[in-house]
Ligand binder design. Structure first.
Ligand code: KIV
Length: 272
């Protein structure tokens, strides 16, 4: 609820809860910068995630582990400046909440104060429960994240689908309940079998947002640059391409280079 009234009705965690109850799917995408976020804001996107996938997409790291809190705050603030309608969630980066709930609260408070975001997201279940509970005491909404949690890639050793065996599947279901009971407002389910995601979605009263988790979840999330065809050589089965903007950008830049070299640009109308 905005103190100063605007002409846009903001998506809140309560709105997402109602969407689940009414069977309306939640559409979520990532964004890391103002220009892209401005474009998202022209749509009916429900949730914008400033994901720590920024480590890969924006910074060129192999994993999400190196990105810092300062960087996430920088990206988060840029996105918040552009978004009027969607709920903006900022990822808590690796090393800012695990195993230390006081640090977790301090990190989450920095994110909320310095970005103006609406919520934070963090990865894990039982092992981060204390951190989640402490963050919630400050009135900061928390989105959970289970399944292929990229900050644990060194433990997994692979980006393959998670929870295919019964033990891990049962642990994931237990963790999903733990997140809900703790007070998370939603949970991302990444790269798990569709049947398992369907079961979790049916058992939870909070929304589930899937990425590589099939269609029987309450919403979907993709990395913006992946679905726009900007990310190079990344073609997981779950990814649907909604454009070939990587090709288009290269084509435009090649044309520009050629026009500059051939003295075609600028022409007489393009000068003062
Ligand atoms: O960082 C990210 O982009 C994410 C999504 C893939 C869910 O966590």
């Amino acid at each position: 609820m905005a103190y100063l009234q605007t002409d846009v009705t903001k998506v809140t965690t309560r709105v997402l809860q109602n969407m689940k109850q009414q069977g309306e799917k939640i559409a979520m995408l990532t964004a890391y910068d103002y220009s892209m976020a401005r474009l998202l804001d022209r749509t009916k996107i429900d949730v914008v995630l400033v994901g720590d996938s920024a480590a890969n997409v924006m910074d060129g790291y192999q994993t999400t582990l190196p990105i810092t809190l300062d960087e996430m705050i920088f990206y988060g603030a840029s996105v918040v400046r552009a978004i009027k309608r969607a709920l903006v969630v900022v990822d808590m980066p690796f090393g800012t909440y695990q195993g230390n709930s006081k640090l977790a609260l301090a990190s989450a408070i920095r994110i909320m104060k310095e970005t103006g975001a609406d919520a934070v997201k963090l990865e894990g279940g039982q092992e981060v429960l204390e951190s989640i509970e402490r963050i919630l005491t400050a009135g900061i909404p928390v989105m959970g994240h289970l399944g292929l949690t990229p900050q644990s890639i060194n433990k997994f050793g692979t980006y393959a689908v998670r929870a295919t065996d019964e033990e891990e599947a049962e642990r994931l279901v237990r963790d999903a309940h733990i997140l809900q009971e703790a007070g998370c407002f939603a949970v991302v389910l990444e790269k798990i079998p569709a049947l398992l995601a369907e079961r979790v979605t049916a058992e939870l009263s909070i929304p589930t947002i899937g990425i590589g988790a099939g269609g029987k979840v309450d919403g979907q999330v993709l990395v913006l640059q992946d679905m726009l065809g900007i990310t190079q050589q990344f073609t997981p089965r779950y990814l649907r391409l909604y454009g070939s903007f990587g090709e288009e950008i290269s084509r435009a830049v090649c044309q520009y280079v050629s026009d500059v070299k051939s003295l075609d640009f600028p022409n007489e109308k393009e000068q003062y």
